[in-house]
Design a protein around this ligand. Structure first.
Ligand code: FE2
Ligand code: FE2
Length: 352
């Protein structure tokens, strides 16, 4: 360890026992400095170099959100992690808007803090990969804040868990590279892909599914339509009714996606999602017409999120629906086709 320089963390909290505790915990691996309010912290940041700031929100003199705002003006790339016991929706939104890396909810578990900080600081990425992954995180946060994912008050309680998974997923260079490819190909498909992953992650986090499953389903959502990269762009964006031949071409995106993901060494279950997300429980889907027993739960999950996302987005051939209109249409048109246990979960946070 002696030859390597330790990363430097600034811990900001007005409660001394918290700064003492975090100092003790983190100084095993990092160089730690502490400040007991936003003003003291900002002075230190202006006079020193830090790799990460871990800050409380409610503090006297200058609170955590104001501190974050000042940091964004002077050092836009400095990573800031917020902690709070009483985060209001406005606080969470402000912090995400200002590019906070993620939230740690107080009271926190020691291991959770260490893992989150390790994940943030220990990322082994090329500079380009890191920039691309930061840009994708910004796009995800923008979508969360601007889309109507439902009751923000409830959703904000799971955002810290979701954010950690997004970071975890975007540590992987091949995932970042492929999401960048989707973005360059078509911005609407890119937004839809992130949207499906976000919806899936929020539902899974509500259900407190295991981290591994949460990661699989979120990543599956992000790349489920990657096969569209191999479909004729004009057909994908055609606003008139598709001919049967054109629809056959669109269907091919499931095969293409499966192959691309396997070639790129994504796990089999992720490739499976790309392959089966248009299958229907009654056998009326594509590409194979599998019934319920042939469709794995993750693909059933993404199928629901995919339909909901598509209905609530504007498409070349129709206007976007409100969340409740989308749910109504799903109830009317998709009986026996998709898993309604998953629709019920979707409903929980849409209309409370
Ligand atoms: Fe699709
Ligand atoms: Fe899709």
């Amino acid at each position: 360890m002696s030859g390597e320089s330790k990363k430097k963390i600034l811990v900001v909290d007005d409660e001394k026992y918290i700064t003492d505790l975090l100092n003790e915990l983190l100084s095993v691996e990092y160089t730690v400095e502490c400040a007991n309010d936003g003003v003291a912290a900002f002075n230190k940041i202006n006079n020193g170099t830090y790799d990460l700031v871990l800050s409380d929100i409610s503090m006297p003199n200058l609170d955590g959100i104001e501190l974050l705002r000042l940091i964004r003006n002077s050092q836009p790339n400095l990573s800031v992690v917020m902690m709070s016991g009483l985060a209001t929706t406005d606080n969470v939104i402000d912090a995400l808007n200002l590019g906070a890396a993620f939230f740690i909810k107080k009271p926190f578990k020691v291991n959770q803090v260490l893992d989150s900080i390790k994940a943030k600081l220990g990322r082994v990425q090329t500079e380009k990969g890191a920039q691309d992954s930061e840009a994708i995180i910004t796009d995800i946060n923008y979508l969360i804040l601007s889309n109507n994912y439902g009751k923000m008050n409830e959703i904000k309680t799971v955002l810290p868990v979701c954010n950690e998974i997004y970071y975890e997923i975007l540590k992987d260079e091949k995932t970042v590279k492929n999401l960048v490819k989707i973005k360059q190909f078509d911005d609407a498909i890119y937004r839809h892909s992130l949207d499906v992953g976000i919806i899936a992650s929020i539902i899974c986090a509500f259900r407190r599914v295991k981290a591994g499953t949460l990661k699989t389903i979120t990543l599956g959502g992000f790349v489920h339509d990657i096969g569209k990269l191999n479909v004729d762009y004009n057909i994908l964006n055609k606003s008139e009714k598709l001919t049967p031949e054109e629809f056959e071409q669109i269907k091919m995106h499931t095969f293409f996606g499966h192959n691309i993901l396997l070639e790129e060494n994504f796990p089999e279950e992720i490739a499976e999602i790309a392959f089966k997300h248009h299958e229907k429980l009654d056998g009326s889907g594509y590409p194979r017409g599998y019934t319920e027993y042939g469709i794995d739960p993750a693909s059933q999950f993404i199928a629901v999120c995919d339909i909901y996302s598509a209905l609530t987005e504007k498409r070349p051939y129709r206007k976007k629906l409100t969340p409740n209109e989308a749910l109504e249409l799903i109830h009317k048109d998709f009986q026996n086709k998709i898993n309604f246990e998953i629709v019920k979960l979707l409903k929980l946070f849409i209309d409370g």
